[in-house]
Design a protein around this ligand. Structure first.
Ligand code: PMP
Length: 310
């Protein structure tokens, strides 16, 4: 078993010890990937203490993902929000990565899930540092375009954050690591840039920022939305447009973003230096604004922070 990162897990409405929060080997989700989940972060802020970032939007997406798969989560959104806050409190965490997941348990073999079948729900919360490493936040990652395409629109919906989708992400990130890259970026079925294994992609050239559209087989990230909002608030033009592979090579700046990866510069793509091969000025500004939400230098005009202990 992996090292136990926290004491307790919220499990179908109860608090269980980490080691006791287990499921049956015949759980549907293990066999067929039938789970939907979220990744959420909480940060320690100077004024409001520990705050969850965009709690409502993340848990709303959990329910949206479930809806796509006709899954019934036997709790309300408010109940899941409250449970999310509670498990952080129960573990007495100052900062956290939070993982709510709804999945089919031991409901029997076969793909015919009865309509109205309820999911199990668990929420874990634990400390988790920079996903791509502290160094990457400053100096950027070397990324490579994967030989694996992202899922085609009419195969599996990438807009739903489902467990099964992450087999694609694993292929992309394993290949990237095997080739010596810090992260892999996949193309969509049309050959345009889609997203990283677990991050959305932005490029900047001549002061204009572009990110891939929702139709490019992406998970429309909440961090992506945050970054677009912050950039526009600073007066930058932000476009959602198809990005050709070579546009990554020719960009002044590339960065990736996600809840786990936060805002991470990309310093090279396929071994070609992006701009001058480090963190570009727009990336630095948006990182500053982003982390400023948590260190108090960016005003939370959008009510994105939910205090945990108040
Ligand atoms: N794409 C994929 C495939 C992801 O797994 C994630 C992380 N959840 C993202 C994008 C970024 O989404 P968010 O900013 O909502 O975390």
């Amino acid at each position: 078993m992996a090292k136990q990162p926290a004491e307790y897990i919220w499990f179908n409405g109860e608090i269980k010890h980490w080691k006791e929060a287990t499921v049956h080997v015949m759980s549907h989700a293990i066999h067929y990937g039938s789970s939907v989940f979220e990744g959420i972060r909480a940060y320690k802020t100077p004024d409001q203490g520990t705050c969850v970032f965009r709690l409502q939007e993340h848990n709303r997406r959990l329910f949206d993902s479930a809806k796509v798969y006709r899954m019934t989560i036997p709790y309300t959104l408010d109940e899941i929000n409250e449970a999310t806050l509670n498990i952080i409190r129960k573990n007495d965490l100052q900062s956290a990565y939070i993982r709510p997941i709804a999945f089919y348990g031991d409901i029997g073999m076969g793909l015919q899930v009865p309509f109205g079948q309820e999911t199990e729900v668990t929420i874990a919360a634990f400390e988790w540092g920079a996903y791509l490493g502290e160094e990457a936040l400053k100096n950027g990652v070397d990324a490579g375009i994967s030989s694996w395409n992202r899922l085609a629109a009419n195969t599996m919906p990438t807009g739903a954050k489902a467990g099964g989708n992450y087999l694609s992400s694993q292929l992309i990130s394993m290949e990237a690591r095997r080739h010596g890259y810090g992260e892999g970026i996949a193309l969509d079925r049309n050959g345009y840039i889609s997203e990283g294994a677990g991050e959305n992609i932005f490029i900047a050239r001549d002061g204009v920022v572009t990110t891939t559209p929702k139709t490019a087989a992406i998970l429309p990230g909440i961090t992506r939305d945050t970054v677009m909002t912050l950039l526009r608030d600073m007066g930058y033009e932000v476009r959602e447009e198809n990005i050709a592979r070579e546009a990554m090579y020719l960009a002044d700046e590339v960065f990736m973003c996600g809840t786990a990866a936060e805002v991470t510069p990309v310093r090279s793509v396929d071994g070609i230096a992006v701009g001058n091969g480090g963190r570009g000025p727009i990336t630095a500004k948006v990182q500053d604004k982003f982390f400023g939400l948590f260190n108090g230098t960016t005003e939370d005009k959008w009510n994105w922070l939910t205090p945990v202990y108040k």
